[in-house]
Design a protein around this ligand. Structure first.
Ligand code: NAP
Length: 483
C-alpha cells in the first residue's frame, strides 16, 4: 500500500476528468508557510476552459454514478477513509505546514475526517424515500399513491475554507458522493496541498474517472466562473459571511448550503462552576489561535462573577504556549498578513476605547500572544466583529436579559454557550438565543459530526451533520400512481 512522503507531494497538479493535470498555460500559485515563510509547494491556477472541462467530466460521470448501488458507493468511501488514515502523518504534516495548525491538531483532523467519511458511508445506506396515499388528507381522492424517492442533485460545487482544509472539504464531498452526486472541489488556496493529497487517497481508493474534479485557483479569480457555471446543480460553501452572501446573490436559483462566520458568545452566570467555565472558554476561544468559526468570540459575564472569572481566565490564557506549529504550540502564527493586520486594528481600537488589557499584548509579524480584554464596551468593534485570531473580549452585564440582548444584537447566529448550574435557567436562555446551537456548560464547537450543525442570520443557510448533510445533497422525486 502506498504511503506518501511529504516531500514528494509538494508540487501538485489537479484531477480533471480522471487525469492528474497541469493547467494549459503552466500558471501556478506558489504557497508559503504562514509560519516559516518558506515555499512549501504550488498548485495550478485554472482558467475558464479548464473549469468547463471539469464540469463536463463531472456531468458525464454523475449519470453512471447515480445508478451505482449504495453498497458499492459505501465501499468506495470506506476504502477512502482507510487510505486517508494510513497517511495521517504525511497529510497532517502538510496541513501543519500550509495553515500553521499545531501538529497534533493537524493529525487529529485527518483522523476525524476519516471517521466522518466512515460514518457517512454507514448512514448513507439508510437514506430512503416514502410512500404516501392520496386519501389521507382532507378527503382527497382515493386511488392515488405517491412514491417519494430521494434523488441526487447532480453536480455539487464544494468550496472549502483554509482553517479545516480536510474536514470541511470531506464533509461536503463524502455525503455528496454517497447520495449519487459528482463533485467539483475548490479547496481554499492555502489548504489546497493537503486537499489535493486527500483527493489522491480517494483516487487510490478507486474513484471512478471524472466523478470528483479538483479546481484550484484564487477564489477572487475563478470563484465567479465556478459559482455562475450553468453546469452546477448545488453549491456547498464554508467560509466568510461576506463571500457567502455575495456568492448567493450571483448563484440565482441554484440551491446552496452555507456555513459562514460567527461571533459566538459565552454567557456566564453567577452560579456557574467558574473553573469549568474558564477551562471551556479558554479552549473554545483560543484553539487553532482563534481561527475557528465556532470559536468563543466574546464573554458576557454577570458582574457578580466577573472578577473571579477574569482571574481564572487570565491564569489559563497565560498558560497557553506561543510558537511554532511543529513544536505543537497552542498559539501559532495567523494564516496571512491581512488577517494579522485586521486583528491588530481590532486590538488597537479596543485599547483606545478604554478596555483593560489583562494579559500580555505582543506581536511579532503574524505571531500574536493571546490577548484577554476586560471591561469591553459594546461600543467597541470587537464586541461585534469576528477577529479570527487569539483575542477574547469580556463584556460585563447586569443581568441575563442584557446578556441575551447583546448576544442577539449580532449579525451572526452560529452557536452560543451558557454556563449555569440551573438547568431551567439554561433552557430559558437557550430558548431566547438566536443561534443554530446552544451549548450548556461547554464550549461552542462543531462536533460530534452527526449532530446537526447550522447557523442562522449571517452565519449560514441549510444544515450539516452526517445525516443532515446526506439529505441536503438530495431532493424529493415524486411519482404518482393513479389507479
Ligand atoms: P473565505 O475567504 O470566504 O474563503 C473560503 C473559500 O472561498 C476559499 O476556498 C476561497 O478561495 C473561496 N473564495 C473566495 N472568494 C471567492 C469567490 N468570490 N467566489 C468563490 N469562492 C471564493 O474564508 P476563509 O478565510 O477561508 O475562512 C474563514 C471564514 O470562514 C471565517 O469567516 C469563518 O468564520 C468561516 N468559517 C465558517 C465555518 C462554519 O462552519 N460556519 C467553518 C469554518 C470557517 P481562496 O482560498 O482561493 O481565496
Amino acid at each position: 500500500m502506498t504511503t506518501h512522503s511529504v516531500e514528494a507531494f509538494r508540487q501538485k497538479n489537479v484531477l480533471l476528468g480522471g487525469e492528474w493535470q497541469e493547467n494549459e498555460q503552466g500558471n501556478r500559485i506558489t504557497l508559503d508557510s504562514p509560519s516559516s515563510g518558506e515555499n512549501i509547494g504550488s498548485v495550478p491556477a485554472l482558467n475558464k476552459a479548464e473549469v468547463d472541462k471539469a464540469v463536463e467530466a463531472a456531468r458525464g460521470a454523475q449519470k453512471q454514478w447515480q445508478k451505482t448501488p449504495l453498497h458499492e458507493r459505501k465501499q468506495l468511501l470506506l476504502r477512502w477513509a482507510d487510505k486517508l488514515e494510513e497517511n495521517k502523518e504525511a497529510i497532517g504534516t502538510v496541513i501543519m505546514q500550509e495553515v500553521a495548525k499545531k501538529k497534533s491538531s493537524a493529525v487529529d483532523e485527518v483522523v476525524r475526517t476519516a471517521d466522518f467519511i466512515r460514518h457517512t458511508a454507514e448512514e448513507g445506506v439508510r437514506i430512503n424515500g416514502e410512500l404516501l396515499t392520496g386519501d389521507s388528507y382532507n378527503g382527497g381522492p382515493a386511488g392515488k399513491t405517491a412514491q417519494v424517492s430521494r434523488v441526487p442533485l447532480g453536480v455539487v460545487l464544494a468550496i472549502a475554507p483554509f482553517n479545516y482544509p480536510l474536514n470541511l472539504s470531506a464533509s461536503k464531498i463524502a455525503p455528496a458522493l454517497m447520495t449519487g452526486n459528482s463533485v467539483i472541489f475548490k479547496p481554499a488556496t492555502q489548504g489546497s496541498l493537503s486537499g489535493i493529497m486527500m483527493m489522491e487517497t480517494l483516487e487510490e481508493a478507486g474513484l471512478p474517472k471524472g466523478l470528483v474534479n479538483v479546481t484550484t485557483g484564487r477564489g477572487s479569480e475563478i470563484g465567479d466562473v465556478l459559482v455562475t457555471h450553468d453546469g452546477i446543480d448545488q453549491i456547498s460553501f464554508t467560509g466568510g459571511s461576506g463571500t457567502g452572501i455575495s456568492m448567493a446573490e450571483k448563484a440565482g436559483m441554484v440551491p446552496m448550503v452555507l456555513e459562514l462566520g460567527g461571533k459566538d458568545p459565552a454567557i456566564v452566570l453567577e452560579d456557574a462552576d467558574l473553573d469549568k467555565a474558564a477551562k471551556e472558554i479558554t479552549g473554545g476561544a483560543f484553539s487553532y489561535s482563534g481561527q475557528r468559526c465556532t470559536a468563543i468570540k466574546r464573554v458576557l459575564v454577570k458582574e457578580e462573577a466577573a472578577d473571579e472569572l477574569v482571574a481564572k481566565l487570565k491564569e489559563k490564557v497565560e498558560a497557553l504556549s506561543v510558537g511554532k506549529p511543529e513544536d505543537d504550540a497552542d498559539i501559532t502564527p495567523l494564516i496571512n498578513d491581512k488577517g494579522a493586520d485586521y486583528l491588530q486594528g481590532l486590538i488597537d481600537d479596543t485599547i483606545a476605547d478604554g478596555a483593560e488589557v489583562v494579559t500580555e499584548n505582543k506581536r511579532d509579524g503574524r505571531q500574536f500572544s493571546p490577548v484577554l480584554f476586560d471591561h469591553v464596551s459594546t461600543e467597541s468593534r470587537i464586541a461585534w466583529e469576528e477577529p479570527f485570531g487569539p483575542v477574547l473580549p469580556v463584556i460585563r452585564v447586569k443581568d441575563e436579559d442584557e446578556a441575551v440582548k447583546i448576544a442577539n444584537d449580532s449579525e451572526y447566529g452560529l452557536q452560543a454557550s451558557v454556563f449555569t448550574q440551573d438547568i431551567n435557567t439554561a433552557h430559558r436562555i437557550a430558548d431566547e438565543l438566536e443561534v443554530g446551537s446552544v451549548q450548556v456548560n461547554g464550549k461552542t464547537s462543531r462536533g460530534p459530526d452527526h449532530f446537526p450543525f447550522l447557523g442562522v442570520k449571517n452565519s449560514g443557510m441549510g444544515v450539516q451533520g452526517v445525516r443532515y448533510s446526506l439529505l441536503s445533497y438530495t431532493r424529493e422525486k415524486v411519482t404518482v400512481i393513479n389507479q
